[in-house]
Design a protein around this ligand. Structure first.
Ligand code: SAM
Length: 252
């Protein structure tokens, strides 16, 4: 069954699991959204919500926000959260770039997760990509020192862009950058798109970056090494350029 046809709970039952995108000029202190004060993490573009619904219950000691531009997906995932009565997860429909750049205060998050963001294959559409220089700049602003930025994609070219952007952000230390081979086990995957990549035997590129207290780069070598590798791999992927693959159907 498609997300659009899936049965959703009525709004009054979803309300405790939703938050509203603030109006222009308004600041949103995310601590005000939860009854228990504990570290807050944000997932950007959660799609069908496997990370928020399946992985998050293992972390009741953290609060999670999700932001997704597609309203039907937001209500679908809010229904999944409400059915499980997850007290530490809230989602909103809106543009993650706007939430980060205009509404979240400095050092208000402990982590930001960006998993399998839309690649927007066509060159003229790439400006629609959610992860870019401006996003990284604001991630550096809203993630507290010691907090994390998690990135993952199955698109070598997008990972190359991500690493290039991160190489220009001295506020982050690369803790882990790598290419994961097919694990043949979609149950180990955190998101719906990761499960799909694993089912189809495609590798996943992953980066974890720690927000620095001091802006001193200590792991630049591994970042440069991985950038060389992903650049090389991207050369082989270039047949994808110019293809109008459109927006992928969201996987289960
Ligand atoms: C390729 S899907 C990946 C979904 C999920 N992260 C996963 O790994 O299964 C990308 C998602 O990001 C959402 N998205 C795209 N641009 C966005 C933006 N500017 N703000 C919030 N969500 C966005 C899309 O609607 C889509 O659900």
């Amino acid at each position: 069954m498609s997300v659009r046809n899936a049965k959703k709970l009525p709004m009054e039952e979803l309300a405790p699991y939703l938050f509203a995108m603030p109006d222009a000029g308004q600041v949103l202190d995310p601590r005000t959204l939860f009854s228990v004060e504990q570290p807050i993490e944000l997932e950007v573009g959660f799609g069908k919500g496997a990370f928020l619904v399946e992985a998050v219950p293992a972390h009741p000691e953290r609060n999670y926000l999700g932001i997704e531009i597609d309203r039907a997906l937001t209500l679908y995932v809010a229904t999944r959260i409400a059915k499980r009565k997850l007290p530490n997860v809230k989602v909103a429909s809106g543009d993650a770039g706007r939430l980060l750049s205009q509404h979240l205060p400095e050092q208000s998050l402990d982590a930001v997760h960006v998993y399998f963001p839309d690649p927007w294959w066509k060159k003229k559409h790439r400006k629609r990509r959610v992860f870019n220089e401006v996003f990284a700049l604001h991630a550096a602003r809203v993630i507290r020192p010691g907090g994390m930025l998690y990135l993952a994609t199955d698109v070598a070219e997008y990972f190359q862009v991500m690493l290039t952007v991160m190489a220009g952000r001295p506020e982050f230390v690369p803790v882990h950058v790598g290419r994961e081979e097919q694990a043949n086990d979609p149950t180990q995957a955190a998101t719906n798109f990761e499960k799909k990549a694993r089912r189809e035997g495609r590798p996943v590129w992953r980066g974890r970056f720690e927000r620095n207290a001091t802006s001193v780069i200590t792991n630049q070598h591994s970042l440069n090494e991985m950038l060389d590798r992903v650049t090389e791999e991207n050369r082989h992927d270039e047949t994808q350029w110019g293809q109008d693959v459109g927006k992928e159907i969201l996987p289960d």
